[in-house]
Design a protein around this ligand. Structure first.
Ligand SMILES: [Zn+2]
Length: 325
């Protein structure tokens, strides 16, 4: 499940608030219409009495003239229609107000087969929440596999980018089918973050939860969770977001301040995600020997054993863009 329980509950609460607000609006609307059309209530009462008496006759086994009832009902409905129409209203204005008329603001639709599924409005909200929660901001929407630029690259630089794009696409397309983790490593500006964005975008669009954080922000966040959150429930929920999201992207590993705390937290996080079979992508400007030197053996062995190392080389492509601009 892509949403956490907290997020799921949040959406359900939003529906509850929406229904309550719309009930108030509907009641005000109704009162206004009854005031503007004094005969409205009387006509509607006549209509419901007509149906009730027909039903009662059926139940009592008296039988009724259905054709007669329908004729009478049609005449009342026409009177209501004409009365409203004359003032620019319609029967739709008498209906309760909803934001979504497909699910009547419940978030769910019950199909003909009796199976309850999420309404399109629920799915849209879910997506919005997943994007909000991903820390990716607007830039993720501009990065996708269709606008990868190979401009200004040749030889080994071009080949390394092509290989990395193909790995990244394969990772995104097969996500959930097989459990994989990637380290994009190489020099600055070769497209490591860009590819992580592309993958994140594909996953978010298929309603997977993604959290994208620079290594610096990630350890700040873990520090906040460990030292500044007093309430244990809040602390667990915040930490669960990091351990349970479908994809965690740690950008720029190696730029954080390394100490015993970050070292042990990094191990706990990577190890926990491996045990839960939750995928992680790491991007780093460090090369393999730097990673080995900088982190403990236990961190390195997790990375070496369970991550695909994808190398990107070449000139800073942000620089190439400026040169060609
Ligand atoms: Zn809906």
């Amino acid at each position: 499940m892509a949403l956490t329980n907290e997020q799921y509950d949040q959406i359900l609460r939003e529906y509850e608030i929406r229904r309550r607000d719309n009930e108030i609006k509907s009641a005000e609307n109704r009162a206004g219409l009854e005031e503007g059309f004094p005969k409205l209530k009387e006509l509607e009462d006549r209509l419901s009495r007509l149906y009730i008496s027909g039903l009662m006759k059926d139940l009592d086994g008296e039988g009724r003239n259905a054709e007669e009832t329908e004729k009478e009902a049609a005449a009342i409905k026409k009177e209501i229609h004409d009365m409203l129409d004359e003032q620019g209203f319609s029967e739709g204005d008498l209906e309760p107000i909803c934001d979504c008329y497909d699910c009547h603001d419940t978030g769910f639709i019950i199909g003909e087969d009796g199976i309850k599924t999420k309404c399109h409005c629920f799915k849209a909200r879910e997506l919005e929440l997943l994007y909000e929660n991903s820390h990716l901001g607007e830039q993720v929407k501009r990065c996708n596999f269709d606008n990868v630029s190979y401009e200004g690259r040749e030889g080994e630089d071009l080949e390394s980018l092509k290989r990395a794009v193909s790995k990244a696409k394969d990772f995104a397309e097969n996500f959930g089918k097989d459990f994989r983790n990637i380290i994009f490593y190489g020099t600055v500006g070769t497209g490591k973050s860009f590819l992580s964005y592309c993958i994140s975008d594909v996953l978010l669009k298929s309603h997977r939860s993604v959290i994208y954080m620079s290594a610096n922000d990630l350890f700040d966040r873990i520090g906040d969770i460990s030292f500044r959150m007093n309430e244990i429930g809040e602390r667990n929920a915040a930490y669960r977001e990091l351990t349970d999201c479908d994809l965690l992207v740690i950008d720029d590993l190696g730029t954080e301040l390394t100490n015993a705390f970050t070292e042990s937290e990094l191990f706990a996080l990577l190890n926990g995600r491996l045990l839960n079979r939750r995928s992680t992508i790491i991007s780093t400007n460090l090369d393999l020997s730097d990673i080995r030197d900088r982190y403990s053996d236990r961190v390195f062995s997790r990375l070496a054993g369970d991550y695909e190392f994808v190398k990107l080389v070449g000139k800073d492509f942000r620089f190439i863009r400026r040169e060609n601009a």
